[in-house]
Design a protein around this ligand. Structure first.
Ligand SMILES: *Cc1c(COP(=O)(O)O)cnc(C)c1O
Length: 421
């Protein structure tokens, strides 16, 4: 694709964009003058789908009009409400419907899944995470090691980039496992590294885990709704993802979890009545009868009001089609990458690998005389929403669902202004 740095070029791409209509289905924030930002922060909190507003209101109405009967008799009965997310989650993650479940939030799910799949023994008790992992994942892994009576100082291992490099090499994970594999119980790794935007080779990670006898758990926070996933085929033991980033389901919305089908007869999990078979759940018997598949990991009845936007958002993903979203995403982020290199190549660097394939680019300021945080703050002043990650990265992520090529062009225009002053 050949790009040009003109508004006319960006507008022509928008004109030909088969997904352009989805932009109007989202609510953009507005400032006091009524102007919307150039919103490039879908990697952190996706915009609100209008359909989410409707779906939440529907459930408020159902609660009002049906009260307890809403469990069984409303349009979308609460008893089976979580299943409205099943097909959408399965599509986006390449899972079988029986392998996915909407429940809880991401870090909670990591803990619940580690309760099943992190079972340290004296010989095999370590967890591997990536260096610079998202803090919540670090805390989760370290605290799991501690509650099993071990010490994260020795048992939490890091897969690190080589000296002077920023990206993780799969060969280095293999070497780490050659050295330590016999003592490693679990690889807890991301699909897309949140800081650099590197898309990891999840298939290779899963294969290495199997080869060295370790369980594999994937954190798909920045991967779901962003890049292609094939979980049933890659076969991690478990995975989880939040839904408020690329999935646009709103702050603290219900997350997703995956348990590979090979574990569906496992009965080592923390139990609650919503993991009991629906057919016997209300018989109120003391003996637990597990639901089939990943549903057995569900514990409580789900928060319907936080699940409604997930259902709405998944409907939009189905309507848009993930293949079309990916095609647009490659062009959109390709345009951004080209623009940054062509206009600011001497001053801004992109630490996201060129073959990354996801929406996000992580930018760094190369010019030592310029304070990167000041650049970020000046961009905010010009009504560009990206996000800042310590110590020195500006993350920007045009998303194919609601961002336009003109958004990317505008980002370039405003960055020019910032760098000129
Ligand atoms: C966003 C994100 C989280 C957030 O965790 P919550 O439990 O949803 O608050 C955790 N881990 C990673 C890698 C993330 O990107």
């Amino acid at each position: 694709m050949r790009y040009e740095n003109t508004r006319a070029f960006a507008e022509a791409l928008d004109h030909d964009d088969p997904l352009a209509g989805f932009r109007g289905q989202f609510n953009f924030p507005r400032d006091k003058q009524g102007r919307s930002p150039v919103y490039l922060c879908g990697n952190s909190l996706g915009l609100q789908p209008r359909l989410a507003v409707k779906f939440v209101q529907d459930e408020l109405k159902n609660w009002k009009n049906y009260a307890v009967d809403g469990h069984f008799n409303s349009d979308r009965p609460w008893l089976s409400y979580h299943r409205l997310a099943t097909a959408g989650f399965a599509d986006l993650t390449g899972a079988k419907p029986s392998e996915v479940i909407a429940m809880n939030t991401l870090t909670v799910n990591l803990h619940l899944l580690m309760a099943s799949f992190y079972r340290p023994t004296a010989e095999r008790r370590k967890i591997v995470i990536e260096a610079g992992a998202f803090p919540s994942d670090q805390y989760a892994a370290a605290s799991q090691i501690r509650i099993h009576g071990h010490d994260p100082a020795s048992d939490l291992l890091e897969w690190k980039p080589r000296d002077g490099e920023l990206h993780l090499r799969i060969d280095d994970l293999e070497q780490l496992l050659q050295r330590e594999g016999d003592s490693v119980a679990l690889l807890l790794l991301p699909g897309v590294q949140y800081y650099t935007g590197q898309v990891l080779d999840m298939q290779a990670i899963c294969a290495l885990g199997r080869r060295y006898g370790c369980r594999v758990g994937l954190d798909l926070a920045h991967a779901v709704g962003n890049v292609e996933l094939s979980l049933n085929n890659w076969a991690p033991d478990f995975a989880s993802w939040c839904t408020y980033k690329y999935l646009n389901a709103g702050p603290g919305a219900v997350a997703g979890a995956f348990v590979h089908e090979k574990h569906h007869s496992c009965d080592d999990f923390l139990q609650g009545w919503w993991g009991n078979k629906e057919s016997s759940r209300f018989k109120m018997r003391p003996a637990f009868e597990p639901a089939e598949g990943a549903e057995a990991w569900q514990i409580s009845n789900p928060p319907i009001l936080s699940l409604a936007p997930v259902i709405a958002s998944l409907q939009l993903f189905r309507e848009a089609g993930f293949a079309a979203l990916r095609d647009k995403s490659r062009m959109l982020t390709g345009f951004l990458r080209w623009l940054v290199a062509a206009n600011f190549g001497d001053r801004l660097g992109i630490i996201t690998p060129a073959d990354a394939g996801g929406c996000q680019l992580s930018l760094v300021v190369n010019d030592k005389s310029v304070d990167a945080k000041a650049v970020f703050d000046a961009l905010c002043e010009l009504n560009v929403t990206g996000d800042w990650r310590n110590p020195n990265v500006i993350r920007v992520a045009p998303v194919p669902m609601y961002n336009s090529f003109t958004d990317v062009f505008e980002f370039g225009e405003r960055m020019s202004v910032v760098l000129a002053t």
